[in-house]
Design a protein around this ligand. Structure first.
Ligand code: MTE
Ligand code: MO
Length: 556
Protein backbone atom coordinates (compact mmCIF):
# COMPACT_ATOMS: atom_id res chain seq x y z
CA UNK A 1 0.00 0.00 0.00
CA UNK A 2 1.22 3.53 -0.87
CA UNK A 3 4.46 2.15 -2.26
CA UNK A 4 5.57 2.46 -5.85
CA UNK A 5 8.68 0.31 -6.01
CA UNK A 6 10.16 -0.28 -9.43
CA UNK A 7 11.39 -3.77 -10.17
CA UNK A 8 14.91 -3.24 -8.79
CA UNK A 9 13.66 -1.67 -5.61
CA UNK A 10 10.96 -4.28 -5.16
CA UNK A 11 13.54 -7.07 -5.37
CA UNK A 12 15.37 -5.50 -2.45
CA UNK A 13 12.53 -4.15 -0.32
CA UNK A 14 10.00 -6.92 -0.88
CA UNK A 15 12.20 -10.00 -1.39
CA UNK A 16 11.07 -13.54 -2.10
CA UNK A 17 12.41 -14.69 1.24
CA UNK A 18 10.23 -13.03 3.85
CA UNK A 19 10.36 -15.83 6.40
CA UNK A 20 9.93 -14.93 10.06
CA UNK A 21 12.34 -16.59 12.42
CA UNK A 22 13.45 -16.25 16.01
CA UNK A 23 16.49 -18.18 17.19
CA UNK A 24 17.58 -17.83 20.81
CA UNK A 25 20.81 -19.09 22.27
CA UNK A 26 19.89 -21.97 24.66
CA UNK A 27 21.77 -20.28 27.51
CA UNK A 28 19.71 -17.13 27.09
CA UNK A 29 16.55 -19.25 27.17
CA UNK A 30 17.71 -21.09 30.28
CA UNK A 31 18.39 -17.81 32.08
CA UNK A 32 14.95 -16.41 31.18
CA UNK A 33 13.09 -19.59 32.10
CA UNK A 34 14.99 -20.01 35.35
CA UNK A 35 14.12 -16.47 36.32
CA UNK A 36 10.43 -16.84 35.45
CA UNK A 37 10.08 -20.25 37.08
CA UNK A 38 11.94 -19.18 40.19
CA UNK A 39 9.85 -16.08 40.82
CA UNK A 40 6.52 -17.67 39.93
CA UNK A 41 7.55 -20.86 41.75
CA UNK A 42 8.37 -18.98 44.92
CA UNK A 43 5.03 -17.23 44.79
CA UNK A 44 3.24 -20.55 44.42
CA UNK A 45 5.28 -22.16 47.16
CA UNK A 46 4.42 -19.38 49.55
CA UNK A 47 0.75 -19.62 48.57
CA UNK A 48 0.57 -23.41 48.90
CA UNK A 49 2.47 -23.55 52.20
CA UNK A 50 1.25 -20.44 53.96
CA UNK A 51 -1.80 -19.38 52.01
CA UNK A 52 -2.37 -15.97 50.44
CA UNK A 53 -0.51 -13.19 52.23
CA UNK A 54 -2.57 -10.44 53.85
CA UNK A 55 -3.74 -7.95 51.30
CA UNK A 56 -1.34 -5.04 51.57
CA UNK A 57 -3.47 -2.54 49.74
CA UNK A 58 -5.92 -2.21 52.60
CA UNK A 59 -3.07 -1.52 55.01
CA UNK A 60 -2.02 1.50 52.98
CA UNK A 61 -3.14 4.86 54.36
CA UNK A 62 -6.15 6.44 52.81
CA UNK A 63 -5.60 9.56 50.80
CA UNK A 64 -4.82 12.56 52.94
CA UNK A 65 -4.26 16.15 52.02
CA UNK A 66 -0.54 15.50 51.76
CA UNK A 67 -1.10 12.67 49.30
CA UNK A 68 -1.84 13.30 45.66
CA UNK A 69 -5.29 12.51 44.49
CA UNK A 70 -6.70 12.70 41.03
CA UNK A 71 -4.76 13.03 37.79
CA UNK A 72 -4.13 16.65 36.80
CA UNK A 73 -4.59 17.42 33.13
CA UNK A 74 -0.84 17.65 32.45
CA UNK A 75 -0.41 14.13 33.75
CA UNK A 76 -3.20 12.79 31.53
CA UNK A 77 -1.77 14.60 28.52
CA UNK A 78 1.77 13.50 29.09
CA UNK A 79 0.60 9.90 29.61
CA UNK A 80 -1.07 9.82 26.20
CA UNK A 81 1.64 11.78 24.39
CA UNK A 82 4.08 9.26 25.79
CA UNK A 83 1.96 6.42 24.45
CA UNK A 84 1.77 8.00 21.00
CA UNK A 85 5.52 8.51 20.67
CA UNK A 86 6.39 5.18 22.25
CA UNK A 87 4.44 3.37 19.54
CA UNK A 88 6.35 5.23 16.81
CA UNK A 89 9.68 4.67 18.53
CA UNK A 90 9.12 0.95 19.05
CA UNK A 91 7.91 0.37 15.49
CA UNK A 92 10.75 2.31 13.88
CA UNK A 93 13.20 0.57 16.22
CA UNK A 94 11.99 -2.81 14.96
CA UNK A 95 12.62 -1.69 11.39
CA UNK A 96 16.15 -0.63 12.34
CA UNK A 97 16.74 -3.99 14.04
CA UNK A 98 15.59 -5.89 10.95
CA UNK A 99 18.48 -4.44 8.96
CA UNK A 100 20.93 -6.41 11.08
CA UNK A 101 18.69 -9.00 12.70
CA UNK A 102 21.22 -10.33 15.19
CA UNK A 103 22.09 -9.29 18.74
CA UNK A 104 25.34 -9.93 20.57
CA UNK A 105 27.20 -9.18 23.78
CA UNK A 106 30.58 -9.18 22.00
CA UNK A 107 31.64 -6.13 20.04
CA UNK A 108 32.95 -8.03 17.00
CA UNK A 109 29.56 -9.50 15.96
CA UNK A 110 30.99 -12.86 14.88
CA UNK A 111 28.42 -15.07 13.20
CA UNK A 112 27.12 -17.76 15.56
CA UNK A 113 27.96 -15.61 18.57
CA UNK A 114 24.50 -14.00 18.66
CA UNK A 115 22.37 -14.54 21.76
CA UNK A 116 19.28 -13.99 19.64
CA UNK A 117 18.69 -13.71 15.92
CA UNK A 118 15.69 -12.94 13.75
CA UNK A 119 16.85 -14.60 10.57
CA UNK A 120 16.89 -18.24 9.54
CA UNK A 121 20.09 -17.65 7.56
CA UNK A 122 23.41 -19.08 8.72
CA UNK A 123 26.25 -16.85 7.57
CA UNK A 124 28.05 -18.79 4.82
CA UNK A 125 31.86 -19.00 5.09
CA UNK A 126 32.53 -20.05 1.52
CA UNK A 127 31.70 -16.75 -0.17
CA UNK A 128 31.57 -13.01 0.50
CA UNK A 129 28.32 -12.46 2.37
CA UNK A 130 27.48 -8.82 3.00
CA UNK A 131 25.67 -7.37 5.97
CA UNK A 132 23.32 -5.75 3.44
CA UNK A 133 22.31 -9.18 2.14
CA UNK A 134 21.67 -10.22 5.71
CA UNK A 135 18.96 -7.59 6.28
CA UNK A 136 15.47 -9.02 6.78
CA UNK A 137 12.03 -8.11 5.55
CA UNK A 138 9.70 -6.84 8.25
CA UNK A 139 5.94 -6.58 7.85
CA UNK A 140 5.01 -2.86 7.71
CA UNK A 141 2.26 -3.45 10.28
CA UNK A 142 4.97 -4.19 12.86
CA UNK A 143 7.78 -2.02 11.56
CA UNK A 144 7.84 1.64 10.65
CA UNK A 145 8.26 1.77 7.68
CA UNK A 146 8.76 -2.02 7.42
CA UNK A 147 9.83 -3.89 4.27
CA UNK A 148 13.57 -4.49 3.85
CA UNK A 149 16.55 -2.08 3.97
CA UNK A 150 14.42 0.76 5.19
CA UNK A 151 16.87 1.66 7.95
CA UNK A 152 17.28 5.21 6.60
CA UNK A 153 13.57 6.01 6.78
CA UNK A 154 13.20 4.07 10.04
CA UNK A 155 15.97 6.10 11.62
CA UNK A 156 14.35 9.33 10.46
CA UNK A 157 11.21 8.31 12.38
CA UNK A 158 13.18 7.11 15.38
CA UNK A 159 15.27 10.25 15.68
CA UNK A 160 12.50 12.72 14.87
CA UNK A 161 10.26 11.24 17.56
CA UNK A 162 12.86 10.60 20.27
CA UNK A 163 13.43 14.30 21.10
CA UNK A 164 9.68 14.82 21.58
CA UNK A 165 9.45 11.67 23.67
CA UNK A 166 12.32 12.85 25.88
CA UNK A 167 10.96 16.38 26.11
CA UNK A 168 7.55 15.05 27.17
CA UNK A 169 9.26 12.82 29.73
CA UNK A 170 11.38 15.66 31.09
CA UNK A 171 8.40 18.02 31.42
CA UNK A 172 6.36 15.33 33.10
CA UNK A 173 9.09 14.44 35.61
CA UNK A 174 9.67 18.12 36.37
CA UNK A 175 5.95 18.59 37.05
CA UNK A 176 5.84 15.44 39.18
CA UNK A 177 8.34 17.03 41.55
CA UNK A 178 6.88 20.49 41.26
CA UNK A 179 3.57 19.11 42.49
CA UNK A 180 3.12 16.30 44.98
CA UNK A 181 2.36 13.81 42.21
CA UNK A 182 5.82 12.27 42.62
CA UNK A 183 4.40 10.46 45.61
CA UNK A 184 2.38 8.34 43.23
CA UNK A 185 5.48 6.94 41.57
CA UNK A 186 8.29 6.99 44.09
CA UNK A 187 8.21 4.46 46.92
CA UNK A 188 8.95 6.23 50.17
CA UNK A 189 9.14 3.27 52.52
CA UNK A 190 10.98 -0.05 52.43
CA UNK A 191 7.69 -1.67 53.42
CA UNK A 192 6.66 -1.26 49.79
CA UNK A 193 9.03 -4.03 48.74
CA UNK A 194 7.43 -6.84 50.79
CA UNK A 195 4.03 -5.30 49.99
CA UNK A 196 4.82 -5.45 46.27
CA UNK A 197 5.89 -9.06 46.65
CA UNK A 198 2.64 -9.90 48.43
CA UNK A 199 0.67 -8.29 45.62
CA UNK A 200 2.74 -10.30 43.16
CA UNK A 201 1.88 -13.53 45.03
CA UNK A 202 -1.77 -12.65 44.46
CA UNK A 203 -1.37 -12.13 40.72
CA UNK A 204 0.97 -15.08 40.21
CA UNK A 205 -1.52 -17.42 41.85
CA UNK A 206 -4.42 -15.92 39.91
CA UNK A 207 -5.95 -13.95 42.73
CA UNK A 208 -6.87 -10.30 42.50
CA UNK A 209 -5.66 -8.19 45.40
CA UNK A 210 -8.02 -5.56 46.75
CA UNK A 211 -8.14 -2.60 44.40
CA UNK A 212 -7.10 0.63 46.16
CA UNK A 213 -8.74 2.90 43.55
CA UNK A 214 -5.91 4.32 41.46
CA UNK A 215 -7.51 7.74 41.55
CA UNK A 216 -6.15 8.11 45.07
CA UNK A 217 -3.37 5.59 45.33
CA UNK A 218 -1.73 2.65 43.59
CA UNK A 219 -0.96 -0.72 45.08
CA UNK A 220 2.69 -1.30 45.95
CA UNK A 221 3.54 -3.46 42.93
CA UNK A 222 1.81 -1.03 40.61
CA UNK A 223 3.75 1.87 42.07
CA UNK A 224 7.07 0.06 41.78
CA UNK A 225 6.30 -0.92 38.17
CA UNK A 226 5.47 2.65 37.19
CA UNK A 227 8.57 3.84 39.01
CA UNK A 228 10.64 1.29 37.10
CA UNK A 229 9.24 2.36 33.73
CA UNK A 230 9.78 6.07 34.28
CA UNK A 231 12.99 6.09 36.28
CA UNK A 232 14.77 2.95 35.07
CA UNK A 233 13.52 1.74 31.67
CA UNK A 234 13.40 5.14 30.00
CA UNK A 235 16.83 6.38 31.18
CA UNK A 236 18.50 3.04 30.42
CA UNK A 237 16.90 3.04 26.95
CA UNK A 238 18.21 6.55 26.40
CA UNK A 239 21.77 5.80 27.60
CA UNK A 240 22.02 2.52 25.69
CA UNK A 241 20.77 4.30 22.58
CA UNK A 242 23.37 7.04 22.91
CA UNK A 243 26.09 4.42 23.41
CA UNK A 244 25.66 3.25 19.82
CA UNK A 245 26.75 6.60 18.37
CA UNK A 246 30.23 6.52 16.84
CA UNK A 247 30.90 10.14 17.81
CA UNK A 248 30.08 9.33 21.44
CA UNK A 249 31.59 5.83 21.53
CA UNK A 250 35.06 6.89 20.48
CA UNK A 251 35.19 9.88 22.78
CA UNK A 252 33.21 8.95 25.92
CA UNK A 253 34.19 5.35 25.93
CA UNK A 254 32.89 4.79 29.44
CA UNK A 255 29.30 5.18 28.26
CA UNK A 256 29.07 2.05 26.05
CA UNK A 257 31.28 0.36 28.64
CA UNK A 258 28.42 0.64 31.13
CA UNK A 259 26.78 -2.01 28.94
CA UNK A 260 29.96 -3.93 28.20
CA UNK A 261 30.41 -2.46 24.73
CA UNK A 262 28.44 -1.11 21.77
CA UNK A 263 26.75 -4.45 21.12
CA UNK A 264 25.90 -4.85 24.80
CA UNK A 265 24.29 -1.42 24.59
CA UNK A 266 22.40 -2.47 21.47
CA UNK A 267 21.18 -5.64 23.20
CA UNK A 268 20.13 -3.69 26.30
CA UNK A 269 18.36 -1.16 24.06
CA UNK A 270 16.41 -4.08 22.58
CA UNK A 271 15.66 -5.54 26.02
CA UNK A 272 14.33 -2.15 27.18
CA UNK A 273 12.01 -2.18 24.16
CA UNK A 274 10.81 -5.68 25.14
CA UNK A 275 10.28 -4.45 28.70
CA UNK A 276 8.22 -1.50 27.42
CA UNK A 277 6.11 -3.85 25.30
CA UNK A 278 5.64 -6.27 28.20
CA UNK A 279 4.69 -3.35 30.42
CA UNK A 280 2.16 -2.02 27.92
CA UNK A 281 0.50 -5.44 27.59
CA UNK A 282 0.27 -6.04 31.35
CA UNK A 283 -0.69 -2.44 32.06
CA UNK A 284 -3.55 -2.46 29.56
CA UNK A 285 -4.72 -5.86 30.82
CA UNK A 286 -4.74 -4.63 34.43
CA UNK A 287 -6.49 -1.39 33.51
CA UNK A 288 -9.18 -3.48 31.83
CA UNK A 289 -9.38 -6.00 34.67
CA UNK A 290 -9.77 -3.43 37.45
CA UNK A 291 -12.63 -1.36 36.05
CA UNK A 292 -11.97 -0.16 32.55
CA UNK A 293 -14.51 2.68 32.35
CA UNK A 294 -13.60 4.11 35.73
CA UNK A 295 -9.85 3.85 35.10
CA UNK A 296 -10.22 5.52 31.72
CA UNK A 297 -12.08 8.40 33.37
CA UNK A 298 -9.14 8.79 35.76
CA UNK A 299 -6.48 9.10 33.09
CA UNK A 300 -8.37 11.12 30.48
CA UNK A 301 -10.87 13.45 32.19
CA UNK A 302 -9.65 13.33 35.77
CA UNK A 303 -12.90 12.17 37.34
CA UNK A 304 -13.58 9.12 39.48
CA UNK A 305 -16.89 8.39 37.82
CA UNK A 306 -17.48 4.62 37.62
CA UNK A 307 -20.32 4.92 35.12
CA UNK A 308 -19.64 7.63 32.55
CA UNK A 309 -18.13 6.43 29.29
CA UNK A 310 -16.43 9.70 28.38
CA UNK A 311 -12.95 8.55 29.38
CA UNK A 312 -13.35 5.29 27.54
CA UNK A 313 -14.34 7.04 24.33
CA UNK A 314 -11.54 9.59 24.58
CA UNK A 315 -9.00 6.85 25.25
CA UNK A 316 -10.34 4.84 22.34
CA UNK A 317 -10.13 7.98 20.21
CA UNK A 318 -6.47 8.44 21.10
CA UNK A 319 -5.72 4.82 20.26
CA UNK A 320 -7.53 5.16 16.93
CA UNK A 321 -5.68 8.40 16.25
CA UNK A 322 -2.38 6.59 16.88
CA UNK A 323 -3.38 3.80 14.51
CA UNK A 324 -4.50 6.35 11.92
CA UNK A 325 -1.22 8.16 12.27
CA UNK A 326 0.47 4.83 11.55
CA UNK A 327 -1.20 4.84 8.12
CA UNK A 328 -0.15 8.44 7.54
CA UNK A 329 3.40 7.61 8.64
CA UNK A 330 3.44 4.74 6.17
CA UNK A 331 2.29 7.06 3.40
CA UNK A 332 4.89 9.69 4.32
CA UNK A 333 7.60 7.02 4.48
CA UNK A 334 7.09 5.86 0.91
CA UNK A 335 5.64 8.94 -0.75
CA UNK A 336 7.55 11.74 0.98
CA UNK A 337 10.74 10.14 2.30
CA UNK A 338 12.75 13.17 1.28
CA UNK A 339 10.81 15.45 3.59
CA UNK A 340 11.39 13.02 6.42
CA UNK A 341 15.11 13.08 5.70
CA UNK A 342 15.07 16.88 5.63
CA UNK A 343 13.07 17.14 8.84
CA UNK A 344 15.51 14.87 10.57
CA UNK A 345 18.44 16.88 9.25
CA UNK A 346 16.80 20.09 10.48
CA UNK A 347 16.21 18.71 13.97
CA UNK A 348 18.95 16.18 14.71
CA UNK A 349 21.49 17.19 12.08
CA UNK A 350 21.58 20.68 13.55
CA UNK A 351 21.72 19.34 17.08
CA UNK A 352 24.61 16.94 16.34
CA UNK A 353 26.51 19.60 14.41
CA UNK A 354 26.44 21.87 17.44
CA UNK A 355 27.26 19.16 19.96
CA UNK A 356 28.76 15.72 19.46
CA UNK A 357 30.18 16.43 16.00
CA UNK A 358 32.61 18.80 17.70
CA UNK A 359 34.11 15.96 19.74
CA UNK A 360 37.49 14.64 18.66
CA UNK A 361 37.86 10.87 18.58
CA UNK A 362 40.41 9.29 20.90
CA UNK A 363 42.31 6.04 20.54
CA UNK A 364 41.14 3.31 22.88
CA UNK A 365 41.65 -0.08 21.36
CA UNK A 366 44.72 -2.30 21.50
CA UNK A 367 45.92 -5.05 19.24
CA UNK A 368 44.28 -7.70 21.42
CA UNK A 369 40.89 -6.03 20.83
CA UNK A 370 40.92 -6.63 17.07
CA UNK A 371 37.76 -8.54 16.11
CA UNK A 372 38.21 -12.07 14.77
CA UNK A 373 35.43 -11.40 12.27
CA UNK A 374 34.63 -8.22 10.36
CA UNK A 375 31.38 -7.98 8.41
CA UNK A 376 31.63 -6.89 4.78
CA UNK A 377 29.39 -4.36 3.08
CA UNK A 378 29.07 -2.86 -0.35
CA UNK A 379 29.07 -4.08 -3.90
CA UNK A 380 32.52 -5.07 -5.20
CA UNK A 381 33.55 -2.93 -8.18
CA UNK A 382 32.76 -4.63 -11.46
CA UNK A 383 34.51 -2.24 -13.86
CA UNK A 384 37.31 -3.48 -16.10
CA UNK A 385 39.40 -0.56 -14.90
CA UNK A 386 39.36 -1.72 -11.29
CA UNK A 387 39.76 -5.39 -12.19
CA UNK A 388 42.84 -4.65 -14.29
CA UNK A 389 44.35 -2.57 -11.49
CA UNK A 390 43.59 -5.31 -8.98
CA UNK A 391 45.23 -7.97 -11.15
CA UNK A 392 48.46 -6.01 -11.00
CA UNK A 393 48.21 -5.38 -7.21
CA UNK A 394 47.27 -1.75 -7.91
CA UNK A 395 50.80 -0.90 -9.03
CA UNK A 396 49.29 1.18 -11.87
CA UNK A 397 46.69 2.82 -9.65
CA UNK A 398 46.77 6.60 -9.29
CA UNK A 399 44.61 8.40 -6.78
CA UNK A 400 43.30 11.58 -8.38
CA UNK A 401 42.81 14.54 -6.04
CA UNK A 402 41.33 17.70 -7.48
CA UNK A 403 38.40 20.07 -7.43
CA UNK A 404 38.77 23.54 -5.97
CA UNK A 405 42.42 23.16 -5.01
CA UNK A 406 45.64 25.00 -5.77
CA UNK A 407 47.63 21.89 -6.42
CA UNK A 408 45.71 18.99 -7.99
CA UNK A 409 47.71 15.74 -7.86
CA UNK A 410 47.72 12.14 -8.98
CA UNK A 411 49.47 9.80 -6.57
CA UNK A 412 50.37 6.13 -6.82
CA UNK A 413 50.18 3.87 -3.76
CA UNK A 414 53.99 3.92 -3.61
CA UNK A 415 54.01 7.72 -3.55
CA UNK A 416 51.32 7.81 -0.89
CA UNK A 417 53.20 5.33 1.25
CA UNK A 418 56.33 7.48 1.02
CA UNK A 419 54.43 10.46 2.40
CA UNK A 420 53.95 8.73 5.72
CA UNK A 421 51.73 6.27 7.51
CA UNK A 422 49.47 6.36 10.53
CA UNK A 423 48.07 3.26 12.21
CA UNK A 424 44.91 3.24 14.33
CA UNK A 425 42.91 0.50 15.97
CA UNK A 426 39.30 1.64 15.96
CA UNK A 427 35.73 0.45 16.06
CA UNK A 428 33.68 0.52 12.88
CA UNK A 429 30.02 1.42 13.48
CA UNK A 430 27.66 0.33 10.72
CA UNK A 431 24.28 2.07 10.50
CA UNK A 432 22.72 -1.39 10.45
CA UNK A 433 23.91 -1.99 13.99
CA UNK A 434 26.93 -4.26 13.69
CA UNK A 435 30.44 -3.23 14.65
CA UNK A 436 33.96 -4.56 14.49
CA UNK A 437 37.41 -3.52 15.60
CA UNK A 438 40.30 -3.44 13.16
CA UNK A 439 43.67 -1.87 12.65
CA UNK A 440 43.83 0.59 9.78
CA UNK A 441 47.04 1.93 8.29
CA UNK A 442 47.30 4.72 5.76
CA UNK A 443 47.88 8.37 5.18
CA UNK A 444 46.13 11.02 7.20
CA UNK A 445 43.60 12.97 5.16
CA UNK A 446 45.05 16.12 6.72
CA UNK A 447 48.37 15.47 4.95
CA UNK A 448 46.61 15.27 1.61
CA UNK A 449 44.71 18.47 2.35
CA UNK A 450 48.00 20.22 3.20
CA UNK A 451 49.43 18.94 -0.07
CA UNK A 452 46.65 19.98 -2.46
CA UNK A 453 45.70 23.22 -0.65
CA UNK A 454 41.94 23.63 -1.08
CA UNK A 455 40.70 27.15 -1.78
CA UNK A 456 39.15 29.00 1.19
CA UNK A 457 35.61 28.45 -0.16
CA UNK A 458 35.96 24.67 0.11
CA UNK A 459 33.79 23.06 2.79
CA UNK A 460 33.59 19.40 1.79
CA UNK A 461 35.55 16.54 0.32
CA UNK A 462 33.89 14.08 -2.07
CA UNK A 463 35.23 10.52 -2.12
CA UNK A 464 34.36 8.56 -5.25
CA UNK A 465 34.49 4.78 -5.44
CA UNK A 466 35.25 2.37 -8.26
CA UNK A 467 32.20 0.48 -6.99
CA UNK A 468 28.52 1.10 -7.47
CA UNK A 469 25.64 1.63 -5.07
CA UNK A 470 22.88 -0.86 -4.38
CA UNK A 471 20.79 0.40 -7.31
CA UNK A 472 23.72 1.18 -9.63
CA UNK A 473 25.56 4.47 -10.16
CA UNK A 474 28.89 5.45 -8.63
CA UNK A 475 29.17 5.01 -4.87
CA UNK A 476 30.40 8.19 -3.27
CA UNK A 477 30.15 10.11 -0.06
CA UNK A 478 31.10 13.54 1.24
CA UNK A 479 32.61 14.72 4.50
CA UNK A 480 32.95 18.17 5.97
CA UNK A 481 36.51 19.45 5.84
CA UNK A 482 36.23 19.69 9.59
CA UNK A 483 35.67 15.94 10.01
CA UNK A 484 38.43 15.16 7.49
CA UNK A 485 40.83 17.06 9.73
CA UNK A 486 39.85 15.13 12.89
CA UNK A 487 42.40 12.80 14.48
CA UNK A 488 42.41 9.29 13.01
CA UNK A 489 40.89 10.40 9.68
CA UNK A 490 42.93 8.40 7.19
CA UNK A 491 42.92 6.86 3.74
CA UNK A 492 43.86 3.28 4.50
CA UNK A 493 45.76 0.74 2.40
CA UNK A 494 46.38 -1.56 5.35
CA UNK A 495 43.97 -3.57 7.48
CA UNK A 496 45.11 -5.59 10.49
CA UNK A 497 48.77 -5.13 9.46
CA UNK A 498 48.24 -6.64 5.99
CA UNK A 499 47.57 -5.10 2.60
CA UNK A 500 43.92 -4.01 2.51
CA UNK A 501 42.00 -7.03 1.11
CA UNK A 502 39.91 -6.49 -2.01
CA UNK A 503 36.62 -7.11 -0.26
CA UNK A 504 37.47 -4.49 2.38
CA UNK A 505 38.12 -1.77 -0.20
CA UNK A 506 41.48 -2.11 -1.99
CA UNK A 507 43.34 -0.06 -3.07
CA UNK A 508 42.16 2.62 -0.62
CA UNK A 509 39.35 3.11 1.82
CA UNK A 510 38.37 5.93 4.09
CA UNK A 511 38.29 6.01 7.89
CA UNK A 512 36.58 8.98 9.58
CA UNK A 513 36.10 7.70 13.07
CA UNK A 514 33.26 9.87 14.38
CA UNK A 515 30.98 8.77 11.51
CA UNK A 516 28.95 5.69 10.65
CA UNK A 517 30.22 3.03 8.24
CA UNK A 518 28.45 4.14 5.07
CA UNK A 519 30.56 7.30 5.04
CA UNK A 520 33.75 5.18 4.85
CA UNK A 521 33.95 4.89 1.09
CA UNK A 522 35.75 1.74 -0.10
CA UNK A 523 37.63 1.16 -3.38
CA UNK A 524 38.44 4.87 -3.63
CA UNK A 525 39.24 6.19 -7.06
CA UNK A 526 39.14 9.97 -6.78
CA UNK A 527 38.80 12.80 -4.28
CA UNK A 528 37.36 16.24 -4.99
CA UNK A 529 37.30 19.30 -2.74
CA UNK A 530 34.18 21.39 -3.31
CA UNK A 531 32.01 24.13 -1.92
CA UNK A 532 28.85 22.07 -1.98
CA UNK A 533 27.61 18.57 -2.73
CA UNK A 534 24.55 19.96 -4.50
CA UNK A 535 25.68 19.05 -7.98
CA UNK A 536 26.97 15.55 -7.22
CA UNK A 537 24.58 12.64 -7.64
CA UNK A 538 21.12 13.68 -6.48
CA UNK A 539 22.72 16.35 -4.34
CA UNK A 540 22.24 14.98 -0.83
CA UNK A 541 25.92 14.37 -0.17
CA UNK A 542 26.34 10.64 -0.75
CA UNK A 543 25.04 7.59 -2.53
CA UNK A 544 23.12 6.37 0.52
CA UNK A 545 21.97 9.90 1.33
CA UNK A 546 20.60 10.08 -2.24
CA UNK A 547 19.04 6.63 -2.51
CA UNK A 548 18.37 5.48 1.05
CA UNK A 549 17.63 8.78 2.81
CA UNK A 550 20.54 8.30 5.22
CA UNK A 551 21.79 11.30 7.20
CA UNK A 552 24.43 13.56 5.73
CA UNK A 553 25.97 13.88 9.18
CA UNK A 554 26.40 10.38 10.60
CA UNK A 555 27.39 11.00 14.21
CA UNK A 556 24.67 8.72 15.57
N1 MTE B 1 32.19 1.78 -2.41
C1 MTE B 1 31.48 1.46 -1.37
N2 MTE B 1 31.95 1.77 -0.14
C2 MTE B 1 31.25 1.45 0.97
C3 MTE B 1 30.01 0.81 0.87
C4 MTE B 1 29.52 0.50 -0.42
O1 MTE B 1 28.43 -0.04 -0.59
N3 MTE B 1 30.29 0.84 -1.51
N4 MTE B 1 29.32 0.47 2.02
C5 MTE B 1 29.64 1.22 3.22
C6 MTE B 1 29.09 0.60 4.40
S1 MTE B 1 27.42 0.68 4.59
C7 MTE B 1 29.88 0.06 5.40
S2 MTE B 1 29.24 -0.46 6.86
C8 MTE B 1 31.33 -0.10 5.20
C9 MTE B 1 31.68 -1.54 5.39
O2 MTE B 1 33.05 -1.71 5.40
P1 MTE B 1 33.64 -3.19 5.54
O3 MTE B 1 33.14 -3.97 4.36
O4 MTE B 1 35.09 -3.03 5.54
O5 MTE B 1 33.12 -3.74 6.79
O6 MTE B 1 31.72 0.29 3.91
C10 MTE B 1 31.12 1.45 3.40
N5 MTE B 1 31.76 1.78 2.17
MO1 MO C 1 26.98 0.17 6.84
Amino acid sequence: MFTNFDEAERAIRFPQDRRMFIGINPYALIIVFTFVFLTAGMAWLQYLLFGLPADPSIIMPASTLANPKSFPLWLCLSHWINFFFLVLIIRSGLSILADHPRLYWNRGCSPRSEWIRFTPIDVPDDRVYTAKEDGRYLNPVAGLPGYRHSVGIARAWHFITVPFFLLNGAVCIALLFFTNQWKRLIPTSWQELPDAWNVFVHYATFHMPLEPNGFYQFNALQQISYFGVVFILAPVAMLSGMSMSPAIENRFHWLPKLFGNRQGARSVHFLMMLAFVAFIIIHVAMVAATGLTRNMNHITVNTDDPASHTGLYIGLGIVLFTVGFGFLAHWISWQRPRSLQKTEAAINGTLWLKTINKLRPKVYYKQKDISPYFWVNGKMPESDEWRKLAMNDFKDFKLKIGGLVENPVELSLEELKKMGMEQNITMHHCIQGWSGIAEWGGISVKMLIDLVKPFPAVTIAVFYSFGEGLYGGTYYDTHSLDNCLKPESILAWEMNYHALPEKYGAPLRLRIENQLGYKMVKWINKIEFLETAEYIGKGYGGKNEDDEYFDLLADT
